[in-house]
Design a protein around this ligand. Structure first.
Ligand code: ADP
Ligand code: MG
Length: 368
């Protein structure tokens, strides 16, 4: 894959203007780059921190070409872009991440097949397109198992738990929409993730292990201490995956750990990830900084240093309501993304806590 080293003042084009695009843009501007953003929502968070804004659907061929003409490099914060359209701009413009990786990872079945052929420890899975195959998958996996749509799921949307045959009927809606993947349900002890950044020159940096707690399948809390018993094993899984899948920029591998301490790879996000947000304050480089350095063809730092152990909580619509009235602690680092519409369970911001000596958890739970 070819790439160009950007000059100060050059423009980074971002497909998608949500919170990830906003934080990428802020990091790009710190280094003197200009930013162009394409998003279908003209009130999206990144719009107001960018030099140029293109108001269009993600897959609009003309708009993508316009973004290409305006930018010296194109990256994305949103992975469900049409592979065909991304392929077209990849052949015309500087897109160091290419199109193949995002196309593989946006389809849960293709992703799992790629992980399996990389020799990664994936949760046993089978492809399911109809009720007959659903019955067979119960024989193969045993109850309970998860049924997940192959395309477009996020924050637990597009997935259901199948506890017994009585739940088969519930699968109709998911199966009618798209092919699905059935996957053994893991008796979770914990969930972790590793964020890494790869540069087009082949160098890689890893962020520390992130321990993730979900509520309603939405990330609730990330804890990073700099130490974890599964650190070495998780890094070796990421390295295996990198032998099989081409990465440029920041990406995150999510893992499950079961009650017997067995580690499984869950999924990969080919972009900065919610569980890496703490790095803005807690590390010497954030996951957005390293992403921008990589796509700009600039040198990555040799290592990432965790300056302080950190805890990050997501602020959903309902949390923002509370926080606005009474802010729990002035030492906490608050990020509010600036989304126009505040909704229950919508990610509106996050808070990073570095001062873990105080009983932050009690304070957080009492107030929020
Ligand atoms: P997404 O993040 O795209 O919504 P995930 O597959 O990561 O989808 O699922 C979201 C969350 O649901 C996981 O982080 C985990 O808490 C839970 N979950 C998903 N799959 C399983 C599984 N096979 N076993 C146990 N828990 C699961
Ligand atoms: Mg996930």
């Amino acid at each position: 894959m070819t790439y160009t080293k950007l000059k100060i003042g050059d423009t980074i084009g971002i497909i998608g203007g949500g919170q990830l695009g906003k934080m990428m843009a802020q990091s790009a501007q710190t280094r003197g780059f200009k930013v162009a953003v394409l998003d279908p929502d003209d009130t999206c968070p990144a719009r107001y921190v960018s030099h140029y804004f293109i108001h269009a659907p993600y897959n609009d061929a003309d708009a993508l070409r316009q973004l290409g003409e305006q930018s010296d490099v194109i990256t994305y914060e949103f992975e469900n872009i049409s592979g065909e359209e991304l392929g077209k701009i990849t052949s015309q413009f500087n897109v160091p991440q290419g199109a193949d990786t995002v196309v593989t990872l946006q389809n849960r079945l293709a992703e799992k097949n790629a992980l399996q052929s990389a020799g990664a420890a994936v949760v046993p899975f089978v492809s399911v397109t109809n009720q007959d195959e659903l019955k067979t998958s119960a024989d193969t996996l045993g109850f309970p198992f998860m049924l997940k749509t192959t395309f477009g799921g996020y924050d637990g949307k597009g997935q259901i738990v199948i506890e017994s045959e009585a739940d088969f009927k519930e699968a109709d809606e998911l199966l009618a929409a798209r092919p699905c993947v059935a996957e053994k349900r893991i008796n979770l002890k914990s969930e972790i993730s590793i964020t890494a950044t790869a540069s087009p020159d082949g160098s890689v940096v890893f962020f520390p292990v992130q321990e993730n707690e979900h509520r309603n399948q939405i990330l609730y809390k990330t804890t990073v201490t700099g130490e974890h018993t599964h650190h070495d094993q998780a890094i070796s899984e990421v390295k295996k995956i990198m032998q099989a899948i081409y990465f440029v920029g920041t990406f995150t591998v999510e893992f499950f750990i079961d009650q017997d301490d067995i580690l499984y790879v869950n999924e990969i996000a080919p972009r900065p990830h919610n569980s890496g947000h703490y790095s803005i304050e807690a590390c010497d480089y954030s996951q957005f900084d390293t992403h921008i350095l990589a796509v700009a063809g600039w040198q990555l730092p040799e290592t990432i240093e965790l300056l302080k152990p950190a805890v990050m909580y997501n602020l959903l619509g309902q949390d923002l309501d509370v926080m606005e009235d009474e802010f729990p602690d002035q030492s906490w680092h608050v990020h509010v993304y600036g989304k126009a519409v505040r909704k229950e369970n919508r990610k509106m911001g996050h808070v990073t806590i570095l001062d873990l000596n105080n009983d932050y958890e009690t304070i957080y739970k009492e107030r929020m």
